[in-house]
Design a protein around this ligand. Structure first.
Ligand code: SF4
Ligand code: SF4
Length: 391
């Protein structure tokens, strides 16, 4: 039986500095104040979501105004606040300088006494998880006393949704994340990996905040469209927080990472361990939210395993760089399956090698990676009762 945990929600109409600060202050007040959440003088690592270089208006990264507002309040209890992430790709000073600038995160150093992480060392720790043993993590995380996880509500082409639990995957340095995709290409195993990382980080992770003022729908985590949601959410429990966030547009029980958490008893499948007014929340539900179909092809359960095997091979969404590809080679460099080559300065995918991790879509700075689904895939979803939206 999971412990009873609280989730807090606060309306926020836009990214106006005063509105965001007031909403963050209200969330801290509901939690008993900043000092009740973060120990005095603790070394805090604020883990934001900076998936790649993209402007905050695209809504694929934590909005800098939310990070600034959180930092301002953390600084009232400790002078030691560092903000950072390990984005897709290389984890080094040059890459992160560009990401910080493009994502608007330099506002943190301009407007607060918090610092952007410049320590790109890593260390190995024993996760001792269900699927993950020893693993490399960023020293920014390993050396911190506590973590404050400040993420974005967005769709994700592989896992369906990216929120608090998924954001902690970025405690692993960029290229090691790529390796993880090749070690755990299956969605169920990958979600177990996410739970392992989340559980490893959890003793330190005192607070999780979801920036859902504007989220992302469609082809997230980077190619989707901005969607107004109008809330900031917070909880000490990342699974409960994600369940509340997902319930805005879908069924938390259909979300693979939450299913993995439920199987481990980290979240009750009836959500009864969450102290939150779900009845009132129903009125906020966004019925026209464009949630991508989740790529788990277990359409027919264990009874028809051979169909599932066939589905895995033939019915997944395939990635296709389109004519806007500029041949920069970033996707080829990071593809965990080495499935991408550059032919006449255009990316070409060997579909037999592709493991459908969708890292190339996440990474492409020109949004040139598109999806195609086969007729067989569409038919299977239809006849197994799975609709194309996660509702
Ligand atoms: S698909 Fe995108 S990342 Fe890959 S080579 Fe083309 S432009 Fe670069
Ligand atoms: S081609 Fe894209 S989706 Fe396929 S394995 Fe490579 S990075 Fe992943």
């Amino acid at each position: 039986m999971s412990n009873i945990v609280s989730v807090f929600a606060q309306k926020c109409a836009d990214y106006d500095e005063k509105n965001v600060q007031s909403a963050i202050d209200s969330l801290f007040a509901q939690m008993g104040g900043v000092a009740a959440v973060v120990p005095q003088n603790a070394k805090v690592f604020v883990k934001v979501n900076l998936v790649r270089e993209m402007s905050p208006e695209k809504c694929g990264t934590t909005h800098p105004e939310v990070a600034v507002a959180v930092c301002k309040r953390l600084l009232t209890v400790t002078p030691n606040v560092t903000v950072g992430d390990s984005c897709a790709g290389m984890y080094n000073k040059g890459m992160l300088a560009s990401v910080y600038a493009k994502c608007g995160m330099t506002a943190i150093e301009d407007r607060t006494a918090a610092r952007l992480n410049q320590n790109f060392e890593t260390g190995v720790a024993d996760v001792n998880g269900k699927v993950l043993g020893k693993c490399e993590f960023t020293s920014a995380f390993l050396d911190a006393d506590v973590v404050v996880n400040v993420t974005k509500l967005k769709t994700h082409s592989f896992t369906g949704y990216s929120g608090a639990v998924k954001n902690l995957f970025g405690l692993i340095p960029g290229m090691v994340k790529v390796e993880m995709h090749s070690r755990f290409p299956d969605l169920t195993a990958f979600c177990d990996l996410l739970c392992d990382v989340c559980e490893f980080a959890r003793p330190k992770t005192v607070l999780n905040v979801i920036d859902a003022v504007w989220g992302m729908e469609g082809d997230g985590p980077t190619n989707g469209k901005p969607k107004f949601i109008g809330h900031l959410l917070a909880s000490a429990d990342p699974y409960a927080l994600d369940a509340v966030a997902v319930s805005l547009f879908g069924d938390p029980r259909s979300m693979p990472v939450l299913q993995a958490a439920m199987k481990r008893g980290l979240l009750q499948d009836d959500l009864a361990n969450i102290r939150f007014d779900f009845e009132r929340w129903k009125a906020k539900r966004i019925d026209n939210f464009d949630a991508p179909p989740i790529d788990h092809t277990d359409f027919f359960g264990n009874q028809l395993a051979w169909i599932n095997r066939l589905a895995k091979k033939h019915m997944v969404k395939r990635v296709h760089p389109d004519k806007t590809c500029r041949g920069c080679g970033k996707c080829a460099m990071h593809c965990p399956a080495k499935a991408i080559t550059l032919v006449k300065r255009k990316a070409k995918v060997d579909q037999r090698k592709c493991i459908h991790c969708y890292c190339c879509q996440e990474l492409c700075p020109f949004d040139a990676v598109r999806f195609r689904t086969s007729l067989l895939y569409k038919l299977a979803r239809r006849f197994s009762g799975k609709r194309s939206k996660n509702t």
